[in-house]
Design a protein around this ligand. Structure first.
Ligand code: SF4
Ligand code: SF4
Length: 442
């Protein structure tokens, strides 16, 4: 096994202001590995107190048997799934594939969700037993409390009672939690950092699945440091920014289409501003030989892999090409030129990226709009290509939708310490996620 991550090197390379020089983003070794189709050697990290050696790249909700097989053959050995994914069908797919592999070398994490409070210990026990059956295994490595929205649910005795029982039976090895932050209209009002630091303090959670990326750094890094101190294993989701360069171009095009309609000065001013930034991005790309968004996404993933406290990053492989593309990032650290690209992106387009799990503008909104949750659904729509899923989630969202943002002066933007253009972005999210409106920001 290869790997040795150095915290000092990570901080040095990921710090703001790293100097850019003309470069090729992948070195010759990387290119040769990719051309040959031979997988590079996978690197592994210790998943906290579980002691399990997990690949630094994980398989998030495998989309097909072929993709999962290829990922496992390449050396990836952490699989993230959930009872909710395909209503148990994702677990079934995993069960079919892992029969042909050494089960002991694979770490499977599944999740069960219950809003507010789990029904009963027996209900949780039955659901996990069914998950284990679907996985065609004798046990599941980790069961996570899915999408913990507040610290209250971390203490849910039905869930913990079931975990104790299932661990005693040998059906479950470890307990975990995943978190996107709070649902705003339901008290208590707690963000991702509050929930997860409490989960560290609780002591019963061995593994976290949490959001972390280069735009949304500080809070997640405080959680990661606390996890390192208490030997909690960490797996990362949403390592990419919400809006890629290509998405910015798409946004500008959409705004152009509004031109003939009754004049919307705010929209046009925003379009001009984005066009300027986009032109600067093209100049930057030209100067440094960057062809497309792939460099940004790769750098974003590399940023997470480079952090020694982030043990495995779950990637949404859609096909085998995605595996071939990303596997070369395993075991590598962020290069200076990649850090420069991320810094450039942050400065140019940070205002388009709401922070996952954040709720700092919550009290400013008179309509209790769930800003970061709606932005997350739009991320599923725009970045992950999960349009149908994102629209269903949005349709099912309780409380006000982002259509109310059109007639609002944007109190959330004034309250946002990160300078996010939330009103505009929410209007765009509503445009994407619903079927009943056009982009009309005033
Ligand atoms: S734009 Fe207005 S209505 Fe929409 S989230 Fe912000 S404050 Fe709330
Ligand atoms: S708009 Fe700003 S304050 Fe509001 S959730 Fe997003 S990042 Fe947080």
């Amino acid at each position: 096994m290869r790997k040795h991550f150095n915290r000092r090197a990570f901080i040095k390379n990921s710090s703001l202001g790293a100097m850019a020089t003309p470069f090729l983003f992948h070195n010759k070794e990387d290119n040769d590995e990719q051309k040959s189709g031979i997988p590079v050697k996978m690197s592994y990290k210790t998943l906290g107190r579980t002691g399990f050696q997990v690949s630094d790249i994980a398989i998030g909700a495998p989309p097909s048997e072929a993709v999962l097989k290829a990922a496992l053959k390449s050396g990836m050995n952490y699989i993230d799934t959930a009872e909710q994914y395909g209503n148990g069908n994702n677990e079934k797919l995993i069960g079919k594939v892992i029969k042909d592999f050494d089960r002991k070398k694979i770490f499977i994490s599944t999740k069960i969700y219950e809003e507010g409070k789990y029904k009963s210990q027996q209900d949780v026990v039955e659901r996990v037993r069914k998950a284990v059956e679907r996985l065609q295994s004798d046990y599941v490595d980790c069961v996570m409390l899915h999408s913990a929205e507040n610290t209250r649910i971390l203490k849910d005795e039905a869930f913990h009672g079931a975990m104790d029982q299932l661990k005693a039976e040998g059906k479950v090895k470890y307990v975990g939690v995943s978190c996107h932050g709070s649902t705003w209209y339901l008290p208590p009002e707690e963000d991702l950092e509050t929930v997860l630091l409490n989960a560290v303090g609780d002591g019963r959670f061995d593994v976290f699945l949490m959001t972390y990326n280069f735009v949304n750094q500080e809070k997640a890094e405080r959680v990661l440091r606390a996890c390192a101190e208490k030997k909690v294993g960490t797996t990362i989701m949403k390592s990419n920014p919400m809006i890629t360069f290509k998405a910015v171009e798409g946004l500008i095009t959409k705004m152009e289409e509004e031109k003939g309609k009754p004049v919307n000065d705010t929209l046009m001013a925003w379009r001009d501003r984005l066009q300027d930034k986009s032109n600067q991005a093209k100049d930057y790309f030209g100067k440094y030989g960057i062809a497309d968004d792939e460099h940004l996404v790769d750098a974003a993933i590399q940023f997470v892999i480079s952090n020694p406290d982030a043990h495995s990053v779950c990637l949404p492989f859609k096909n085998i090409s995605d595996i071939e593309r990303w596997i070369h990032l395993s075991g590598k650290t962020l290069k200076k030129e990649q850090a420069s690209l991320l810094d450039f992106y942050r400065k140019q387009f940070g205002e388009l990226n709401c922070h996952f799990g954040c709720r700092e503008c919550a009290t400013a909104c008179p309509h209790n709009v769930q800003v970061s949750t709606i932005m997350r659904y739009n991320y599923y729509f725009q970045n992950k290509g999960q349009e149908k899923y994102a629209m269903e989630k949005y349709a099912a969202l309780e409380g006000n939708k982002a259509d109310v943002c059109r007639d609002c002066p944007g109190y959330c933007e004034d309250a946002c310490p990160h300078g996010v253009l939330a009103r505009h972005m929410l209007s765009m999210a509503h445009e994407n996620l619903s079927t009943d409106c056009s982009l009309n920001l005033l």
